[in-house]
Design a protein around this ligand. Structure first.
Ligand SMILES: [Zn+2]
Length: 467
């Protein structure tokens, strides 16, 4: 099928030359972008679908590099609204252990729906807590993603170091290494598509230095490289983690990873707030990617990642909304704005992150973190992942001097007008296609309440009140 997106106010290609085309068009054949230019395409046979882009900015779909979709059901939980990471985690493990496939299905639909509505067309996810008897949670996410039509890179998360082994999570929510590795192999076999244009790719992701064993880190890296899939984990998120690594391993978190063969162009790491200048250079030299999650880092008081230094050192940096228990939304354009604002306090203005850089991280930077050169820009041959933002809104009035900056500087209250993923229109006139949102919200609220109620009963703490 031939689709023409025509008459755009501006096409923001995000190609290497950062080309912008006023009055542009994008021609899509089936799942792939065929041409982009200004005015009308020449010599084209019959167009079967036309998308009116008048008054709209057309940009490549954004790429989210870090999320925990099940957390969508544990937003702003009163007990942990003011808790830093380790306290927040130990309280929330008790809630998350009640998760099942039905909860994950609803949570994924909420989070993925929000991502699509805010311009994201490809997302990673990191699911690492598997309550006993609930081993197919990632499969439930994949099914929801396929139905909603978002490009998906779920990571097989894992925790193998429970409290008995000096880890943070309770012993009965961690799994043994053989179970984790066998399920990782199964997910790769059943779902990983290495081909260009893939809608689902699997990556492997032990949770963090304080919740996995040494051996699992090494064996996971070996398994990933054997199958050509990428590696992901949380790193250097807080100073508590740094002290933990010093005490347990006698080194800093980055050194801990380096010793286990975990730095390289096939690895991207969430947060990396507490990196030394030498560690930033090491990431640049090895091509190790970073999922920058500024909102989550603010919310948990973790700190501000040295993103300017990372960009200077050519570290691949993408953006991550992170899980909804620490954001508490899956809004990609809002995250780009947060990245724009996060690096200004106390920094020389010449070192501030610009709107263009924030948008670059949200597109090309994210694509690089996920190891994909087929998404992140509007160019012939790339996947047809395209979003249209209607600038005929009050929030963009008076902002026409720089429309690209307007997308990032604006708090972005409205959904994107149109979102196309892999040639399929999944958001139309600002609405998710084929999703009954009020019914979904009702279901999400009911399950979320049940999770908190059961956690309260189990622990004797009241999760509906501040702790
Ligand atoms: Zn995370």
């Amino acid at each position: 099928m031939l689709t023409l997106i025509e008459g755009a106010r501006l096409v923001v290609t995000q190609d290497d030359r950062r080309t912008r085309i006023p009055g542009g068009f994008v021609l899509v054949r089936d799942r792939v972008i065929e041409a982009v230019g200004s005015g009308d395409p020449r010599g084209v046979e019959r167009i079967e679908r036309r998308i009116d882009a008048r008054g709209k900015v057309v940009l490549p779909g954004l790429v989210n590099t870090h999320h925990h979709l099940p957390q969508t059901l544990t937003r702003n939980v009163p007990r942990v609204q003011e808790a830093p990471l380790f306290h927040w985690l130990t309280e929330l493990y008790e809630v998350w252990r009640g998760t099942d496939a039905a909860a994950v299905d609803v949570a994924a639909r909420v989070g993925l729906g929000e991502l699509l509505l805010t311009g994201c067309t490809t997302t990673a996810d990191h699911l690492y807590l598997f309550p006993r008897g609930q081993e197919r949670l990632i499969d439930a996410e994949i099914a929801a993603a396929r139905e909603l039509g978002i490009r998906f890179q779920p990571t097989r998360g894992s925790m193998s170091r429970g409290q008995a082994q000096g880890g943070l999570p309770p012993d009965d929510v961690v799994q043994d290494e053989e179970t984790i590795l066998a399920d990782s192999r199964r997910l790769i076999r059943e779902h990983h598509d290495p081909r260009p244009g893939a809608m689902v790719r699997i990556a492997l992701a032990p949770c963090s230095p304080f919740s996995v064993t040494d051996d699992l880190m090494r064996r996971t890296a070996d398994l990933a490289r054997e199958h050509g899939v990428r590696l992901h984990t949380h790193l250097a998120e807080t100073l508590d983690e740094e002290s933990y690594c010093q005490q347990l391993y006698g080194c800093r978190p980055v050194e801990y990873l380096r010793r286990r063969g975990w730095l390289g162009p096939d690895v991207w790491l969430a947060h990396c707030v507490h990196l030394s200048p030498e560690e930033v250079s090491l990431f640049g030299g090895t091509g190790t990617g970073v999922a920058h999650c500024p909102t989550s880092n603010f919310r948990l008081g973790s700190g501000i990642a040295p993103v300017r230094a990372m960009l200077d050192a050519h570290v691949p940096v993408g953006l991550g909304v992170d899980g909804s228990a620490s954001n508490d939304t899956s809004n990609m354009l809002a995250e780009a704005r947060q990245a724009l604002l996060a690096h200004r306090i106390g920094a020389d203005p010449s070192r501030w992150v610009t709107a263009e850089e924030a948008l670059w991280m949200a597109t090309r930077g994210g694509a690089r973190c996920l190891g994909r050169d087929d998404i992140g820009s509007i160019e012939p041959g790339k996947c047809a992942d395209i979003v249209l933002v209607d600038t005929r809104r009050l929030s963009y009035a008076g902002a026409s001097s720089d429309l690209v900056a307007a997308l990032v500087f604006s708090p972005f209250p409205a959904p994107v007008d149109t979102s196309m993923v892999d040639g399929r229109v999944v958001v139309e006139s600002g609405e998710l296609v084929g999703v009954d949102v009020p019914a979904l919200v009702e279901k999400a609220d009911a399950i979320a309440e049940g999770l908190l109620r059961r956690a309260s009963e189990r622990t004797g703490r009241n999760y509906f009140e501040k702790g």
